[in-house]
Write a protein that binds this ligand. Structure first.
Ligand code: CU
Length: 240
């Protein structure tokens, strides 16, 4: 029994070391795009918790398996009939493997719900832009002026509400740097909220397989300071 807890202690230590190593490896391989919206920060935090949990669960399984394979392997000259100690049930272990996953599941449910509520709650000063998706392109309609463009220009630090409709089949609005994502559903108006926090050029891609030219269904997205946005709007209106 003394020996069992020593083996368990070593394996547990290796699980901890392996968790950090696997996390570091996944974090270096899965480089995420820049965080260019307010929402991206909390979505990435949740994503990061998942990567930690994945690193831990992977280590838990693989370390115990490899430890058993190497440390308890059959050695030359050892008794062929030798078998491990037989035991039936282990109440402490069973309680642990029920309660610990339960804590994780509850934590993830609460945290995910909290973030979902946070990123979908309307803010009072939203700037509304209508989005129309079709096979295979996008129209952006600025309701205040009736302006219709194929490039989505957004004011910096301004909460945006997209009211989205599809002319034909399912499409999906997705700018990787903003993280948020929403389907366009024929016959419905779907809404997407985010606040851009970085100026620059981005690419919006359709993220719902929608036919032959789905991969070409992209649109330029440009985030500019508020005064530049006002100038762009008046310039576009004047040029009509
Ligand atoms: Cu599409």
């Amino acid at each position: 029994m003394q020996n069992n807890s020593r083996h368990f202690g070593i394996a547990a230590g290796l699980v901890v070391v392996s968790t950090f190593l696997v996390y570091w490896l996944l974090d270096s391989v899965l480089r995420l795009p820049a965080q260019s919206s307010v929402e991206a920060v909390s979505i990435d935090r949740l994503f990061n918790y998942h990567i930690w949990l994945i690193a831990f669960l992977f280590s838990l399984v693989v370390v115990f398996m490899l430890y058993a394979l190497f440390v308890f392997r059959h050695r030359r000259g050892e008794d062929e009939e030798k078998e491990g100690e037989y035991f039936h049930s282990n109440v402490r272990l069973e309680i642990a493997w029920t309660v610990i996953p339960l804590i994780f599941v509850v934590f993830f449910s609460v945290e995910a719900t909290r973030i979902l509520i946070d990123i979908t709650t309307p803010s009072p000063d939203e700037y509304v832009i209508e989005v129309e998706g079709f096979q295979w392109g996008w129209n952006f309609i600025y309701p205040e002026t009736g302006l219709i463009t194929q490039e989505l220009v957004l004011p910096l630090d301004q909460p945006i509400l997209l009211e989205m409709r599809s002319r034909d089949v399912l499409h999906n609005f997705y700018v990787p740097e903003f993280r948020v994502k929403q389907d366009l559903v024929p016959g419905q108006t779907t809404r997407l909220r985010f606040t851009p926090i970085e100026t620059g050029d981005f690419t919006m891609v359709c993220a719902e397989l929608c036919g032959f030219n789905h991969t070409g269904m992209q649109a330029a997205v440009r985030v500019v300071p508020e005064d530049e946005f006002a100038m762009w709007i008046s310039g576009q209106v004047a040029a009509r």
